[in-house]
Design a protein around this ligand. Structure first.
Ligand SMILES: O=c1[nH]cnc2c1ncn2[C@@H]1O[C@H](CO)[C@@H](O)[C@H]1O
Ligand SMILES: [Zn+2]
Length: 384
């Protein structure tokens, strides 16, 4: 044993470099910003005027046991994100908050079609959010943090604008947008409704992920992969329905689960969000434990930091508690995420080799220098 003998402390978890693939811009506002923007844009639908209480209320409302009820909370955030200034501010604070939490790479998604109520065009929405991300990266740097943020453009699965949004994503490719997604209520809205958008993106050699296998099971995952050709699965947690664990501990994967593992399909797992929508009963029972053991390409994500009252550090803290994960496990999840990012291969590799691995090496060696004569750190490696 050569690495840190104890589990990582909350402070180490925060400092550890983290990569985030699944975070919704309109699910991550600071409660105080939501209140400010409601005033500025004359939105009078907020249930509470105190930031802490508002955060708690939204969290409770999202604790609803169903995805459909969970999604109702976005009415408030989308309502205040209808002007250029509001979008710039929310995006800048998003990048700042992620960076302060130790996130070095993030892909943040939002649905441009949900921000047109006050006259912005789709292009203006994308440009405002991009400007915000650049501003947030700059502020983070001033505070000694390094972060790179890319945008994913989401189309809403109940609507009919997917092709238009896919074209938008393609137009802003290499200009801050790194890929495409579909989101919204899953049951009754299969991804194949938007085949034209996915086929277009494939012809353009572009990247996309699909929310699938969250509120609906294997057929949704199967369609997302085999009909639509998704590069990653948003959630994908229900792949667990195709995995059987026998009483003696032996594991049998069905054809779809085998495909997902063999093809190294990235799973954008979001533990806290799943507890709120009823996709998992507790952190300890969350399929991520088994998926990590079976070495699926599992990643850890926040989904909606406001609705879940969470952060990347908090997600990892919960997992460290539930599964006794070490810094090695955290590094494994982080490297998985970085390998699965939509930026070019060379940049992913440099991020892994020059940022993530050195960051973990530094953390993993800290215990060596904490040793005191009075209180030796005993690790099994030294005894043997
Ligand atoms: O976990 C989720 N599953 C499905 N849809 C979601 C989830 N979280 C957020 N959104 C939806 O995505 C839109 C764009 O960001 C949000 O407005 C919300 O309706
Ligand atoms: Zn999501």
């Amino acid at each position: 044993m050569t690495s840190q003998p104890a589990p990582p402390s909350p402070e180490q978890i925060r400092r550890a470099p983290k990569a985030l693939l699944h975070d919704h811009l309109d699910g991550g506002l600071r409660p105080g910003t939501l209140i400010d923007l409601a005033h500025e844009t004359s939105y009078d639908g907020l249930p509470e005027g105190d930031a802490d209480k508002l955060g708690a209320l939204i969290r409770q409302a999202a604790d609803s046991g169903s995805l459909e009820r969970y999604l109702k909370n976005f009415a408030h955030t989308c309502a205040v994100m209808q002007t250029r200034d509001a979008l710039v501010r929310v995006a800048a604070e998003c990048a700042e908050d992620l960076a302060a939490d130790g996130v070095v790479y993030a892909e943040v998604r939002y649905a441009p079609e949900q921000h047109l109520e006050r006259g912005l065009t789709l292009d203006e929405v994308v440009e405002a959010v991009n400007e915000g991300f650049r501003e947030g990266e700059r502020r983070a740097k001033e505070n000694g943090h390094r972060i790179r943020v890319g945008a994913l453009l989401t189309a809403m699965r109940h609507a009919a604008r997917a092709l238009e949004i896919a074209e938008l994503a393609n137009r802003y490719r290499d200009l801050g947008v790194v890929g495409f997604d579909i989101a919204g209520a899953e049951a009754g809205f299969p991804p194949t409704r938007h085949l034209d958008a996915f086929e277009y993106l494939k012809r353009e050699n572009n990247h996309f992920t699909i929310h699938a296998g969250e509120a609906f099971g294997l057929p949704s995952i199967w369609q997302a992969l085999q009909w639509c050709g998704a590069d990653r699965l948003g959630h994908g947690v229900r792949i667990i329905d195709d995995i059987e664990v026998a009483e003696d501990g032996s594991v049998r994967l069905g054809r779809l689960a085998s495909y997902v593992r063999d093809k190294r399909v990235p799973l954008e797992l979001c533990p806290s969000s799943n507890l709120q929508t009823g996709a998992a009963a507790s952190y300890a029972e969350h399929p991520i434990g088994l998926l990590r053991k079976l070495r699926f390409r599992a990643t850890v994500n926040t989904d909606n930091r406001l609705m879940s009252g969470t952060s990347m550090s908090r997600e990892f803290e919960k997992l460290v508690d539930a599964f006794s994960y070490t810094l090695d496990d955290m590094e494994w999840f982080t490297v998985n995420a970085m390998k699965s990012a939509f930026i070019p291969f060379g940049e992913r590799l440099a991020m892994i080799n020059e940022v993530i691995k050195p960051g973990y090496a530094e953390l993993k060696s800290e215990w060596l220098f904490r040793q005191t004569a009075a209180e030796p750190v005993v690790s099994s490696g030294f005894i043997a």
